[in-house]
Design a protein. Structure first.
Length: 216
């Protein structure tokens, strides 16, 4: 039987200011352990980080072109990515035991969640079969607007998504984002949207439940 604490509504937390990356990882790890043990409920935690690069488990050192900012090697899937002011990072800690236990479906749902949230700003986000994340057609090319990198421990997810609202896009030039050459990065601001971080947070909240239905 699933305990009462695991059937509570998903909690939402929006962090003010910039959260140091090591602090965020430590908080996630503690929360994941508590969720797995039934001591805490699921959580979506929305943060911003100071400018950093993070390397996932598939990262190639050759994709770090210039260490302009601190580099953190982390246990999430994926390759190099950038986090910084103007980018909404969503750390999603869900119990997949309540959601069918399918990691691939979970990644697909993260993409769907972002696509639906972007649609509220008249931005058409798209998937690509050979690339995880969300892409848009812009200025005659494909550009990435959101990255996804996840980890699962004891069937509880952590890490999550990074959506570009209004970051300094030149900061991505120190890496090959997600190991993909030949494509650029974009943001809501770059696409002409005046959406704020708070606007995106509301869109993410509104679209979440339609995508992440529990199976128990």
């Amino acid at each position: 039987m699933v305990s009462d604490v695991l059937t509570r509504p998903v909690c939402w937390r929006v962090e003010k200011g910039q959260t140091p990356y090591p602090e965020a990882v430590a908080i996630m790890q503690e929360r994941v352990a508590d969720i797995a043990a039934g001591r805490a409920g699921e959580l979506v935690w929305l943060v911003e980080h100071p400018p950093i690069y993070t390397a996932g488990t598939s990262a190639k050192e050759s994709d770090l072109l210039e260490a302009r900012f601190p580099v953190f090697h982390t246990g999430r899937g994926g390759q190099f990515t950038y986090h910084g002011p103007g980018q909404r990072v969503g750390y999603v800690m869900l119990d997949l035991r309540l959601r069918g236990g399918d990691v691939r479906r979970y990644v697909h749902e993260l993409e769907e969640w972002i696509i639906r949230a972007l649609a509220e700003f008249d931005v058409k986000g798209e998937r690509r079969k050979d690339r995880v994340g969300v892409w848009v057609a812009h200025s005659g090319r494909e550009e990435k607007i959101a990255a996804i990198g996840v980890r699962v421990r004891h069937w509880v997810t952590f890490h999550g998504v990074a959506i570009n609202v209004s970051p300094d896009l030149s900061h991505f030039s120190g890496i090959v984002p997600c190991g993909i050459r030949g494509h650029g990065v974009t943001s809501l601001a770059d696409l002409g949207s005046d959406a704020t971080m708070a606007d995106l947070d509301l869109a993410l909240r509104r679209t979440f439940q339609d995508v992440f239905a529990r199976s128990t």
